[in-house]
Design a protein around this ligand. Structure first.
Ligand code: UD1
Length: 426
């Protein structure tokens, strides 16, 4: 069992270094499989999802060597197309292996991916795109199996800009013969990162950053070195912490170019933001102002920061609403926030919040990664002690949330002899 204990109502003051991005590092690790050789990836966060992906890659025959935040992956020994069941189920990103394994070994067998319980997470868009590129898909309710003697470039139209599907298509397209065009591609910054990484290995991709991507497949790949950018969701979480607790914090290496909506929401809530080179200063006096938000695909407000902003809204002055448009079950955290004294009503995918301050300390439970972090944020604005149980979810994506917030003067600590999330098979 793992618990974070938080003593609330401490104003924050200090400096926090922002870790490398989880959602960028994981597809980059998967994409390394496309090439037989050695890739060096820098600024890889030390989080459970990365460790899980390393275990999967090793199970497939690769060698992974981690030295601090630098990860070297030697993919020359890749020989297995069967993604290990336990690790595959543990995290959503195992689905990222479909494209690269099909491309390199022409075959893949994996279970349906796990991850947080934030709603239905089908992979129909991934599978249909791979079929259009020539893969034969079979399997049962438990596992997906796909074969492709050769993948062929084609035109693919996504009816929704799915991040994971865009990433899988990109990776398969690099290995495919001919040109693949993706219409309606996701534009999340992590897609751009994956494209840049693939280019580093020798791929050619047009339209990077736009909703139309064109991949010139079949080019020879080579070894490469790449640096993962800072995590915009972690940076947004710590901005949320400043808004809830008040104070003045400097975030180092936050990827501000890709945080426009988050910074805008923070400013609307009354947070003063200033940027100097790689430093983002955030200052919050008094309680946040109420802000209304609707989540959506990038560049709209990120669903990953919805729970954190919900926590901030709970202590805001006045009433606000947050509409969730991406993952239908992402309001699971609302019930736990209520246990901290928050006033939230959920109706038709929208949370209506009446702010009050302070919240009151209590024992609450994390149900998913970002929701768990949001509970920590809310507890910073709660009187007395709070405990966030099952915080192994948080360790999936935050290197050390206690270390980081302690560096900014918060009083919180992690308890438990494992930071793993073995139990998370959701
Ligand atoms: C990625 C991120 C996650 C983020 C999400 C949306 C990673 C590891 N995870 O998840 O943190 O919250 O993008 O920004 O990068 N959908 C389908 N069929 C599919 C695929 C998706 O219906 O085949 C639906 C999903 O159920 C969901 C929506 O599309 O409602 C968005 O999913 P998607 O963009 O694919 O998110 P992920 O790649 O899973």
């Amino acid at each position: 069992m793992s618990v974070i204990r938080i003593q609330g109502l401490q104003r924050l003051h200090g400096e926090i270094s922002i870790q490398g991005s989880k959602n960028a590092a994981l597809p980059v690790m998967a994409a390394a499989l496309l090439h037989s050789g050695v890739v060096v990836i820098k600024n890889v966060p030390g989080i459970q999802d990365v460790f899980c992906m390393m275990e999967i890659l090793e199970g497939l025959g690769c060698r992974c060597c981690r030295d601090g935040h630098t990860l070297t992956i030697d993919t020359r020994g890749l020989c297995c197309w069967q993604v290990p069941e336990d690790e595959g189920r543990r995290m959503r990103s195992s689905v990222m292996l479909l494209g690269p394994l099909l491309g390199r070994l022409h075959r893949v067998n994996t279970c349906y991916p796990g991850g947080c319980s934030i709603g239905r997470r089908p992979i129909d868009l991934h599978l249909s795109a791979l079929e259009q590129m020539g893969a034969k898909i079979c399997g049962d309710e438990e596992r997906v199996e796909a074969f492709a003697e050769k993948l062929c470039g084609t035109d693919i139209r996504l009816c929704f800009p799915s991040v994971g599907a865009t990433e899988n298509i990109l990776m398969a397209a690099v290995a495919a013969e001919g040109i693949t065009r993706i219409y309606g591609a996701a534009r999340e910054p992590e897609i751009q990162v994956l494209c840049r990484f693939l280019e580093t290995l020798g791929a050619r991709i047009d339209g990077i950053g736009s909703g139309f991507l064109q991949v010139h497949g079949g080019r020879p790949l080579h070894d490469g070195e790449f640096t993962v950018p800072g995590d915009r969701i972690v940076a947004g979480t710590y901005l949320g912490a400043v808004m809830a607790a008040g104070g003045e914090v400097c975030l180092l290496d936050a990827p501000t170019d890709h945080m426009a909506e988050t910074l805008c929401a923070a400013q609307q809530a009354g947070c003063m933001i200033e940027q100097k080179e790689n430093r983002l200063f955030a200052k919050m006096n008094g309680r946040p102002l109420a802000v209304n938000l609707a989540t959506g695909p990038y560049p709209e407000f990120s669903t990953d920061l919805q729970s954190v902003m919900l926590a901030v809204s709970c202590v805001a002055q006045g009433e606000s609403w947050i509409q969730e448009n991406v993952f239908e079950e992402r309001f699971a955290t609302a019930g736990e926030l209520t246990r901290l004294g928050a006033d939230i009503r959920i109706e038709d995918g929208t949370a209506f919040v009446r702010g009050k301050y302070p919240l009151r300390g209590n024992c609450v439970q994390a149900f998913d990664l970002r929701g768990g972090a949001a509970l920590v944020v809310a507890a910073l604005a709660a009187e007395g002690e709070s405990q966030v149980h099952d915080c192994f979810y948080i360790c999936r994506g935050y290197e050390d949330i206690c270390r980081d917030l302690t560096a900014a003067g918060a009083r919180l600590s992690f308890e438990g002899n494992e930071r793993k999330y073995e139990e998370n098979t959701a």
